[in-house]
Write a protein that binds this ligand. Structure first.
Ligand code: G1P
Length: 314
């Protein structure tokens, strides 16, 4: 990394409070077929809630109460999940199962969600372009559903504070094993005066061998300047033939615009990747171990299971 850069601060008092979040959810879920043939991948359960419910709850906890979900064909279950289900609620109330009735109501309570369809899934960048009319001319957050961030780690709060302070766009970054960087967007970074904030000088989506500028991976949280829409509109398809948000942010970062800089927040908290089968399993085990109700019994079972497995294989 180079010498640290002075931070140019914006007049945050005049900025509107960030209230909008976009959740791209039109992906095909190929890595989970055949489970995702009819079931949206965002609805795969992580213990007792679908993955997307964690993401919506994270946005709401960060004060983002205007949430647009970018969906596609076969994604109607998402809307059903965040709607009331009066039949189930009434049946449970009649049986006196208030706790379960609350859990049925819970997903529909925090905020009104908005939906738009992304006719053809042409990448995350394209999904974000679909949100343009809804977002308008203000900064907004983007949450990718494959990454779950532990609610205790308040990543979005930090990112929105940095965006208010510095303007432009803010990307969540996490250091990963250099062998894994080809699975991510990867950032070239320069330090700033604040330890957990870096200036992003360039980005590469899924770098090939020798192409990664660092081991800093883009994880699925962004606070974006609305100028991103014009850039997304003008860029050609990138990795995988898709319109990549990483490429649009790279273009902004390289232009070194003082008005719309790109910063990264280095995250070292708990992230659960539910994007492929092995990571999904690991996420469920980690979350189950920490779960208030299930955790103690599950940890005891897991310890016994692992020691038994070790004995059998030694
Ligand atoms: C997407 C982004 C990538 C980012 C990753 C984080 O990739 O394109 O830049 O690093 O999410 O999970 P995907 O995992 O959808 O292939």
């Amino acid at each position: 990394m180079q010498r640290s850069e002075p931070l140019q601060k914006t007049e945050s008092a005049s900025l509107p409070t960030l209230s909008k979040a976009v959740i791209p959810a039109a992906g095909l879920g190929t890595r989970f077929l055949p489970a995702t043939k009819a079931l949206p991948k965002e609805m795969l359960p992580v213990i007792d809630k679908p993955a997307i419910q964690y993401v919506v709850e994270e946005a709401v906890a960060a004060g983002l109460d205007n949430i647009l979900v970018v969906t596609g064909r076969n994604k109607r279950l998402l809307e059903d999940h965040f709607d009331r289900n009066l039949e189930i609620e009434e049946a449970l109330a009649r049986k006196g199962d208030e706790a379960y009735a609350d859990q049925v109501r819970e997903p529909s309570e925090p905020v009104a969600l908005h939906y738009i369809r992304q006719g053809t899934p042409k990448g995350v960048g394209h999904a974000i372009l679909c949100a343009r009319a809804h977002v308008g001319n203000e900064p907004f957050a983007v949450l990718l559903g494959d990454d779950l961030i532990d609610p205790r780690d308040r990543l979005l709060d930090r990112m929105t504070a940095v965006q208010r302070q510095l303007g432009g766009s803010v990307v969540a970054l996490m250091e990963v094993d250099p062998h894994d960087i080809h699975l991510y967007g990867c950032a070239a970074i320069a330090p700033t005066e604040e330890g957990d904030v870096v200036r992003i000088t360039g980005l590469v989506e899924k770098p090939g061998p020798g192409e990664a500028p660092s081991a800093c991976a883009v994880i699925g949280r962004f606070v974006l300047h609305p100028g991103i829409f014009d850039v997304l509109h003008g860029i050609p398809p990138g990795h995988g033939g898709e319109i990549q948000l990483t490429d649009a942010l790279d273009s902004l970062a390289r232009s070194r615009s003082a008005r719309a800089p790109v910063h990264g927040v280095l995250f070292s908290g708990r992230r659960y990747d539910t994007g492929d089968r092995a990571d999904y399993l690991r996420s469920i085990v980690r979350l189950a171990c920490e779960h208030d109700d299930l955790g103690p019994d599950f940890r005891a079972w897991l310890t016994a299971f692992v020691s038994h497995h070790l004995q059998e294989t030694s």
